[in-house]
Ligand binder design. Structure first.
Ligand code: GTQ
Ligand code: FE2
Length: 363
């Protein structure tokens, strides 16, 4: 109930119609509350916000720290017992929620020589971006893909996958999954296969998918309506030289540098319906123009070093550092040497829903 002071505040100290209407409203809100109802007009501007509101904070995880701790976890639990030995990169503003952004999970996975991570499948799509090591593989839908640093690997919705490391070195990669978004829709399913199916049988040649679909030709009868790419591994060896060609051609965006986005080669669409990724080269001394967009973005530096300024906060990054730029925060990149950034966001999901917006020269 309103206090006497509140009731008097707008009516010359005298109780009157104003007092009546306030009291009547409060009494009404209490009555409808008992029926699990509430007045929209009290919350309108906070549920239909004028601009994006985010809990996500800009943050950088430095690889030196991350690698040491991930290696330490290798002495505590095996990949097999853990199912996936991953340290979650938790946004400091959303601790305990397994989120890097509101819609994306990020983690660092490590697989030691001789280890396997058993097969499973889930509705959530995943991408891997390789940071360290050489010659471990992921097997996706019967195709083994051996991985090298900078490789960008996708695991689509419901595709069975397992990982193994027959090499002599540990392999570490960044995992990004869309399960915060899937769980927002409360639409998650997963199968954890039993012991005898721990590793998938290989049914295709290693690297078939990039050779078949990523070479400017398509096998007869290739489907043209896939909502996700048929390519499993977009190798750094194939993608990186394209950035040099763009740079030579002078195609350097004032905010995003010389950038390509990974596509489904069959239709030019995003690699996954929920997540999209890019690779960008920034010349030495690049001073980017401010930009903002509604997709919160996870970046990884693969070469060089620099800073990204996010609304006054300066994130400093070097090779293999991972950083997050929240939705609709103005940001710009600066480099002190020629640098390459990989990035991934939920932009395709937002575009499919018609809600994505971006702004150049954001001031
Ligand atoms: O490698 O299959 O970081 O299913 C989280 C969930 C990795 C994986 C993660 C997963 C995986
Ligand atoms: Fe998985």
């Amino acid at each position: 109930m309103p206090t006497a002071a509140a009731a008097k505040s707008k009516s010359n100290g005298k109780p009157g119609p104003k007092h009546n209407i306030d009291a009547m409203r409060e009494a009404f809100y209490e009555r409808i509350s008992k029926r699990d109802m509430a007045p929209l007009w009290k919350v309108m501007s906070s549920v239909v916000t004028k601009e994006p509101v985010t809990r996500c904070a800009p943050h950088v995880w430095h690889y030196d720290d991350v690698k040491a701790l991930v290696m330490e976890s290798g002495g505590l639990i095996s990949a097999e017992e853990a199912l996936r030995r991953v340290l979650i990169l938790e946004n400091p503003a959303m601790r305990g929620e397994s989120k890097a952004t509101n819609t994306l999970f990020a983690g660092i996975q490590m697989i030691l020589p001789g280890e396997v991570a058993p097969a499973h499948r889930h509705v959530s799509s995943a991408i891997r971006f390789v940071l360290d090591g050489e010659g471990a593989y992921t097997a996706v839908e019967g195709e083994k893909s051996f991985m090298s640093p900078g490789d960008f690997v996708i695991t689509a919705n419901w595709a069975p996958h397992d990982h193994g490391n027959p090499s002599k070195k540990p392999m570490l990669w960044l995992d990004v999954l869309d399960f915060p978004a899937v769980n927002f829709f409360e639409a998650s399913f997963a199968d954890y296969f039993d012991d005898k199916n721990k590793m998938q049988n290989t049914t295709r040649g290693d690297g078939d998918s990039l050779a078949f679909y990523g070479s400017g030709v398509l096998p007869d009868g290739a489907p043209t309506t896939l909502n996700r790419s048929p390519v499993i591994n977009y190798t750094y060896a194939r993608t990186r030289p394209i950035l040099d060609r763009l740079k030579k051609a002078g195609e350097i965006d004032k905010s995003h540098g010389a950038r390509v986005h990974y596509v489904n080669p069959v239709n030019g669409g995003p690699v996954l319906p929920t997540m999209g990724a890019s690779l960008a080269l920034f010349p030495k001394g690049f001073k980017g123009e401010k930009y903002r967009a509604t997709d919160g973005t996870i970046f990884v530096c693969t070469e060089g070093g620099g800073t990204t300024t996010v609304e006054g906060k300066v994130l400093e990054w070097g090779v293999n550092d991972v950083f997050v730029v929240p939705p609709w925060k103005r940001y710009s990149h600066q480099t002190n040497k020629e640098s390459v950034l990989f990035s991934i966001s939920d932009r395709p999901a937002q575009e499919a829903l018609g809600i994505w917006r971006g702004q150049r020269n954001a001031s």
